[in-house]
Design a protein around this ligand. Sequence first.
Ligand SMILES: *Cc1c(COP(=O)(O)O)cnc(C)c1O
Length: 226
Amino acid sequence: MSAMAAENLREVRNQIEKAAKAAGREASSVRLIAISKTFEAEDIAPVIEAGQRIFGENRVQEAKAKWPVLREKHSGIELHLVGPLQSNKVKEVISLFDAIHSVDRAKLAAELAKEIQKAGKSPQLFVQVNTGAEPQKAGVLPEDADAFIKECRETYSLNIAGLMCIPPLEEAPAPHFALTKKIAERNGLKLLSMGMSADFESAINFGATYVRVGSAIFGSRPKVET
Ligand SMILES: *Cc1c(COP(=O)(O)O)cnc(C)c1O
């Protein structure tokens, strides 16, 4: 199981390199976030030992239970929150995570601004765009994205680094990646968090700078999530 995850990691890295090359990009312009949600510390450790340093989780409580211990044993870990964030968890999240991929509403932006100032440090911030306008999904609607990014910057003085999207499961992802890239470009945002196990190669073709890959590295998860 563990040896397999390390082998899978090598394979995913190769695929990233190939996809970058095919898109005429430097492989180093694409960073891999290994999404370790639902997996235990003992499953994660071999992937760290294989050289992976950037990890993602979608639940704050789960991350809090696993990562402080793993961080004591391994240096240079960067932790990204890729799941929805409640305003009352912001303080905890700022102390635990290096990046937040799910900034999507004014109330959250206000809370982030307040706690970032108190903490004297800011995680890297991504605005999540709900490109498929799915009611159950977090994120700002594409047509509201420009105004929301402006509000984050001007009203809350947040340093927005990029955009994140999760295309609808049942649709071709490419148009969603293209739309996210377009919104990023017109807002002067350089980072794009897009692409998961099933579609990271396509995302790289559309300019992804962070791909979020879980099951292709760790294996399949039990079905209960989000
Ligand atoms: C779980 C998750 C992923 C990883 O999904 P896989 O299909 O297992 O690669 C990526 N992004 C987010 C936001 C997730 O919740």
